[in-house]
Design a protein around this ligand. Sequence first.
Ligand SMILES: [Fe+2]
Ligand SMILES: [Fe+2]
Length: 188
Amino acid sequence: MRPTEILMDEHRVIERVLDALIDIATEAQRQQRLDAQAAGDALEFFRIFADTVHHGKEEAHLFPAMEAKGFPRQGGPTGVMMMEHEEGRGHVRAMAEVISAAAQGDPQALQRFRDHAFHFAQLLRAHIQKEDQCLFSMADESFNAEEQRRLTEAFERAESVEIEAGLRERGLALAAALTTGRGTVPVR
Ligand SMILES: [Fe+2]
Ligand SMILES: [Fe+2]
């Protein structure tokens, strides 16, 4: 499997949990109360799977490999992707800050959770589209077969050594729980 195919598969999981997050935020507005457990699980998924496992591989391995091929970070495509990852972390932090107040029905906290959930989903969906349709093709074209193989190995090493063991599985279990019975396509 090419390294970009591994990342694209992870994008599909992330998109389904974004659907679940929008569902949680919409339901909270309707009920005037946030489901703290579901919201906390969704944020945990975005922290561990979307950020640590997925963005971790992009930032530590894919982007540096592209930069070594001459793509500039400053003002270049990987620099823009890094900035968007950081912007996403800001939305996740902002949602986490208001979970308990929103779970008590505080209208401002509910509004804030909803706004950040929608902006985060919009940001990450557009980000994923840019990577799938543009950045990953540039990566595929610039690496030869040996470089692709080395990058896939680096991804495997990242998940077995650099990233805390079991994080991927924990993320996938959260995704499966969050997407089951929500009317969205569940992660299996
Ligand atoms: Fe990314
Ligand atoms: Fe990505």
